[in-house]
Design a protein around this ligand. Structure first.
Ligand code: HEC
Ligand code: HEC
Length: 206
């Protein structure tokens, strides 16, 4: 009886450690030079875990890897204009970009603070229902009801409101022109209040 117990415990433990190993199995160990790029460069603004302490820098944690790769290549190749990011991305090779994207995508999104409740309520309406009077499509119809996005579409949930607001304004003014057809037409129909409100709502989504 005792032996059986020991045996089953051993089997159980083996099972647990196999599961733990499977869980901690990361895509691939980060090459040393990519680790150095993260600590020496990206982390200064986006944080070591992609959480970006300052609201002007977008959070990268839990963003979709394909989207991150596309943006980094767009910065590098001049399709998305940003003085800071063009400089950061100019010497990155395609496989560095793939490793950086996989790294930040694998990080968990931290806890979020709800913003001004009244603004968030207006933002919630726009996000889920759009504005049929001005022809704004519901953000949820593409970015998902929780703002988690899809493989091709960016996750918005928990993004810094100040960053979201800036991007919406840049889409509107055609300052952000990589793949902007859809977002340009949406942003151009949002009022200032709606832009602010939907950004505040997005920032509080977990
Ligand atoms: C000096 C600060 C700074 C550093 C260092 C920096 N970034 Fe950025 N990053 C920014 C800013 C500012 C933006 C917003 C760009 C814009 O649209 O104007 C941004 C945007 C991005 C975006 C787009 C996110 C989105 O949601 O579209 C990605 C991806 C990104 N950075 C990755 C990186 C990586 C990887 C590194 C390291 C190689 C890095 N950044 C280093 C400031 C920085
Ligand atoms: C018809 C689909 C569609 C709808 C509806 C839509 N979006 Fe988007 N959105 C996109 C696509 C596609 C992109 C990616 C653009 C790119 O690759 O640069 C995007 C990008 C964004 C970005 C940039 C994210 C980043 O990390 O830089 C923001 C912010 C955004 N959308 C906000 C919104 C808001 C707010 C609404 C609702 C008012 C909305 N979107 C509705 C398709 C949509």
């Amino acid at each position: 009886m005792r032996r059986m117990f020991k045996l089953s415990l051993a089997v159980l433990l083996a099972g647990v450690s196999a599961a733990a190993m499977a869980q901690s199995a990361k895509p691939a160990p980060l090459p040393k030079h990519v680790q150095e790029i993260i600590t020496g460069r990206c982390a200064l603004c986006h944080g070591p875990e992609g959480e970006s302490a300052s609201a002007v820098y977008p959070r990268l944690a839990a963003q979709h890897p394909d989207y991150l790769q596309k943006q980094l290549k767009d910065f590098r190749d001049g399709r998305r204009k940003s003085d800071t990011m063009s400089d950061m991305a100019k010497d990155l090779q395609d496989d560095d970009i793939a490793a950086l994207a996989a790294f930040f995508a694998s990080k968990k999104a931290g806890a979020r603070q709800p913003g001004d409740a009244d603004l968030a309520a207006v933002g919630k309406f726009i996000f889920h229902r759009g504005n049929s009077y001005s022809g704004v499509a519901a953000c949820a119809s593409c970015h998902g009801p929780k703002g988690y996005g899809t493989e091709q579409l960016p996750r918005l949930a928990g993004q810094h409101p100040a960053y979201v607001e800036t991007q919406l304004k840049e889409f509107n003014k055609r300052e952000r022109t990589n793949d902007n057809a859809i977002m340009h037409s949406i942003a151009s129909k949002l009022t200032e209040l709606e832009t602010r409100a939907v950004s505040v709502y997005i920032g509080g989504l977990q």
